[in-house]
Ligand binder design. Structure first.
Ligand code: ZN
Length: 263
């Protein structure tokens, strides 16, 4: 099935080709998060900036499971949560606070993924956070922000603190809460989410095995961790967007699971 053609097959006339592609990718992202078991009932939220805008985003309608999200039922909102196109749904307000904070301070970010998983929360609750104990994790070496828990994010004044916590990092660990991964497109944000999740799961197994066996954990030297993280980023003048090679395969997986996300 040709990806571009199927992207366009169900596009409403009032939606640009560029926006529809982002809508399909974001809907696929929701389905993938559900497929891998990283969803949390109707909670958490993922978003993408509307192409060609600075202050408009696409985000999930409150009340839908992730496997009910489609390209056309994503809400278009401004950064204050005002719904810009008619819909029977509202966005999740905490999502507007958190995602809006990132889009305000980071013009490079086009997609934000927020998850609550047991592994992410467990690693984020450890004082040292994520350690470079696996190839997955080394990608994040010195490239993670940490944000202390303040309760459910319902206060707009938390935005400034979220912005300070993430700085220029691609990923923010929300302590005792979950994860926030950003990307220059949906595929990159998904790749970071996937790598962090696998990193966290591996770390917890390593630490449990070390505690049970009394063995010391082998920690790669800092230069190796830095080298590997830089390899993932590409050259400064030619940055590499993670996740691009596997994204078409992930869309094919979504097509096999349930192609309704494209509608
Ligand atoms: Zn949350």
């Amino acid at each position: 099935m040709d990806t571009i053609e199927t992207h366009l097959a169900a596009r409403p006339a009032h939606v640009s080709r560029e926006e529809w592609k982002v809508r399909v990718d974001l809907a696929a992202c929701y389905r993938l998060i559900a497929h891998f078991g990283w969803d949390d009932l109707i909670l958490t939220h993922n978003s993408a900036r509307v192409p060609g805008t600075t202050d408009q985003i696409l985000i999930n309608p409150m009340g839908l499971m992730f496997n009910e999200i489609t390209a056309s039922n994503l809400l278009k909102c401004d950064l204050d949560g005002k719904v810009l196109e008619p819909s029977e749904y509202e966005p999740i307000y905490a999502g507007i606070v958190i995602h809006g904070a990132i889009y305000q301070s980071r013009p490079d970010v086009q997609c934000v993924i927020h998850t609550h998983t047991e592994a992410d929360i467990a690693v984020g609750a450890l004082e040292d956070g994520l350690l470079p104990l696996s190839q997955w994790a080394m990608r994040f070496y010195n490239r993670l922000g940490y944000h202390p828990y303040e309760g459910v994010s319902l206060d707009m004044d938390e935005r400034e603190r979220l912005q300070r916590s993430i700085g220029n990092h691609p990923v923010l660990v929300l302590r005792n809460h979950g994860l926030l991964a950003t990307g220059r497109n949906v595929a990159e944000a998904f790749s970071l989410t996937y790598h962090f999740e696998r990193s966290a799961e591996a770390q917890l197994k390593i630490q449990a095995a070390a505690a049970a066996s009394g063995q010391k954990i082998v920690m790669p030297d800092p230069d190796t961790s830095e080298k590997q993280a830089a390899q993932f980023e590409g050259a400064i003048d030619n940055p590499r967007l993670g996740g691009q090679r596997e994204w078409p395969a992930l869309l094919r997986l979504c097509d096999r699971l349930d192609p309704s996300y494209r509608s």
